[in-house]
Design a protein around this ligand. Sequence first.
Ligand SMILES: [Fe+2]
Length: 223
Amino acid sequence: MPRKLILTVGALLVLLLACGVEGQPPAATPKTFEAQDFSRLKGMEGFSNQALDLHFALYQGYVKNTNRLLEELQKLAAQKQLKTPAYAELKRRFGWEFDGMRLHELYFGNLGGKELLAPESPLLKKIQENFGVFDKWAEDYKATGALRGIGWVVLYEDPVSGRLFNTWINEHDVGHLAGCQPLLVMDVFEHAYLPDYGLKRAAYIQAFFDNIDWKAVEGRLGK
Ligand SMILES: [Fe+2]
């Protein structure tokens, strides 16, 4: 057999194997999510290590459950159970667990800072454009965090209009602004403040403000 033909047949065989025996692409093995390590926050003023450890454990639960949900959904799909109530309920649940995971990563990721927002910072300019002065923005962000209920406050940047919004997120999944970039994320579930502050949520919010990592927040701008 001519060498050129052998090579062509070989290439075809490799292609067939890559595509699976019946022309279907091989099932991809999805990557599982892994909990990030935020132990660098230990010792942060205004947050006890005990409260942080509790919070890290809760966060790890969201990572675990996000992976579990994905696995269960994949199993049901493989069993052709796509139209079952079980599949529907797990689908609905997915956003709650995923957002719980991701919001905690953003929250811990924007903590641990010691410096104020620099006067020449593009983020400060953007806050001033949207809210007039920094203090007015901060007052609104804190007031949003004081709303009755459990959830999050997210400073969102709308890439379409360039505007900033202080947004209340109910639980983990209700109220997100489609297509917007989260810049500063604050957890106001009771587990975030009860261990150190009891019902004094405002004191916790102040401690949060005292520890914002503005460099991390700025790094999210325009992404
Ligand atoms: Fe939390």
